[in-house]
Design a protein around this ligand. Structure first.
Ligand code: UD1
Length: 337
């Protein structure tokens, strides 16, 4: 099966390309390189020993997308390409709505036109907001998004649901990712944040590498065991494998199927627990201070992963310690370059 991977040079996309190949799929990468670069393609090549087709295309460019769909006969699409910075989305909402939603509609139209049957969408646990009870299941009610970024994921899911309901001959799955961390164990691909990282683990590894002075832990007065926020941190390679499972499930489903799945480990850890694990597994001390809460942060969330375990036969295999070791090895590699 030939699979179009949009944003295939990005963090989750690149790891998914590697897993698709391992599982016998043929990935074709498109990326506009807005938040990634060509070196990632070299890393993918070194891991897999293959040079997958790559097109520098923006998913909002409907002409180029149609040309591509006419040329390559895809069997499925995994749509990663999107903007994802929560803070930036508050400042530039129209950029987020335009980029994340038009691209989605361009792709869905092309799929209907060129009879591409399988679609996997990158959604996020952000659609749950601060849930009333944890862990969250897929039927936990969604809450109004607390950022334009989060809203593009909620609206994206709704667009797909309504599109499938109209029987376009497409099947789809939205994967609600929890917090992806880590890197490929080869250290050939990993996360490449643009500028100052806003996510926790890249900030930690850059601080440990001496690129940043100190990490600020945002808030220690939350209602959790040590006062810091709780998240469900999932190794990016495990998350990548969930996309392979999603495609396999879609293949076995009948037309007009649509469903959503949480993709998390099912376990929550606090920010301080993650920092302690990072220090232990890598044998180093991290420079950090406790600061005020970050606006818009969710106090605690983690997945109930029964549905993805049972229906997709997928479960997270790697530990948070492995993810933090891989993240650190990747940081060492890119710092040395
Ligand atoms: C956020 C989004 C999520 C999105 C993800 C992608 C929300 C609620 N979540 O996840 O939807 O997919 O970004 O970028 O909008 N922290 C620190 N110091 C730091 C950085 C982070 O203490 O320097 C803490 C945060 O307060 C939070 C935890 O670490 O408690 C994780 O933060 P982060 O990595 O930014 O992810 P989320 O906010 O969970």
């Amino acid at each position: 099966m030939k699979i179009l991977v949009t944003g295939g040079a990005g963090f989750i996309g690149s790891h998914t390309v590697v897993e698709l190949d391992k599982a016998g799929f043929e990935p074709v990468i498109i990326d506009n390189l807005y938040n990634s670069n060509r070196d990632v393609l070299e890393g993918i090549k070194q891991i897999s020993g293959k040079d997958f087709p790559f097109y520098e295309i923006d998913c909002n460019d409907s002409e180029k997308i149609r040309e591509l769909f006419a040329k390559e006969r895809f069997d499925g699409v995994i749509h990663f390409a999107a903007y994802k910075a929560v803070g930036e989305s508050v400042e530039k909402p129209l950029n987020y709505y335009e980029n994340n939603l038009i691209s989605l509609m361009v792709l869905l139209r092309a799929m209907a036109e060129f009879n591409v049957p399988n679609f996997v969408f990158s959604s996020s646990c952000t659609v749950y907001g601060q849930p009333d009870a944890i862990p969250v299941t897929e039927s936990t009610p969604r809450k109004p998004a607390n950022s334009p970024y989060g809203n593009t994921k909620a609206i994206g899911e709704d667009i797909i649901r309504d599109f499938i309901y109209a029987k376009p001959g497409v099947k789809a799955i939205s994967l609600r990712y929890f917090n992806p961390i880590g890197a490929h164990e080869s250290s050939l691909i990993g996360e490449l944040p643009n500028g100052v990282p806003s996510n926790l683990v890249p900030f930690i590894t850059q601080t440990a590498a001496g690129l940043r002075k100190s990490l600020t832990v945002f808030g220690s007065d939350y209602d959790t065991s040590d006062g810091t926020c709780i998240r469900d941190f999932i190794h990016v390679v495990d998350l990548a494998k969930a996309h392979v499972k999603a495609l396999e499930l879609l293949n076995s489903e009948s037309p007009d199927y649509y469903d959503v799945f949480n993709v998390g480990t099912g376990e929550g850890y606090t920010v301080l627990e993650l920092i302690n694990t990072f220090e232990q597994v890598n044998g180093l001390k991290l420079n950090y201070t406790i600061g005020p809460r970050r606006e818009g942060d969710i106090e605690k969330i983690y997945a109930q992963s029964d549905k993805v375990n049972n229906v997709m036969k997928w479960r997270a295999e790697k530990t948070m310690a492995e993810a933090l070791r891989d993240a650190w090895n990747w940081q060492l590699k890119i710092t040395a370059e």
